[in-house]
Design a protein around this ligand. Sequence first.
Ligand SMILES: Cc1cc2nc3c(=O)[nH]c(=O)nc-3n(C[C@H](O)[C@H](O)[C@H](O)COP(=O)(O)O)c2cc1C
Length: 176
Amino acid sequence: LFYYQNYMQKIGLFYGTSTGSTAQAAKKIQSYLGAENVDIFNIQSATKKDIEKYKNLIFGTSSWGIGDLQEDWANFAPQFNDINLEGKTVALYGLGDQETYFDSFVDAMGKLYKIVQHRGATIVGEWSKVGYDFAASEALKDSETFVGLALDEDNQSELSNRRIERWAENLKAYFK
Ligand SMILES: Cc1cc2nc3c(=O)[nH]c(=O)nc-3n(C[C@H](O)[C@H](O)[C@H](O)COP(=O)(O)O)c2cc1C
């Protein structure tokens, strides 16, 4: 039994991307958590069953329009009505552009948060807003904290690796 104390249960990582940035972040998250621990799915071709297989989940979305879910997540979202996430642990990450979309920065991550919370998941992986500069975000759970990891490849790509590394390190405690 002791052998398994630090064993991480497999994580299903589901992302939606329109220009590839959220997919690239998925690969980095996978490498920091250990390739053997994370299965990656593009939500464009994923099914309800793919999600149901995992106790531990990571969902990643970029924001489009004014704070909309990435298109493939928007198409998938109605299926959550038939997915029970009780007993599951979910971490969220969101990509956005805090300069151009300073009033809707990573809003889609906030939309995903509400969906997942409504389906009964335990949500982990909150993230401090220190180091970002924006006016408003639907992805804040309080005045200081995002519901998940916020990444900005448009303005702060040089910070992403370190952010992902620290966030992944925090997650290890929850994904056992
Ligand atoms: C037309 C358009 C609308 C966007 N809307 C938002 C937005 O409301 N909030 C935000 O934070 N980022 C917004 N973005 C920025 C993207 O989310 C960002 O570039 C992201 O890295 C794209 O990731 P993807 O390639 O995985 O889809 C928008 C970008 C474009 C081109």
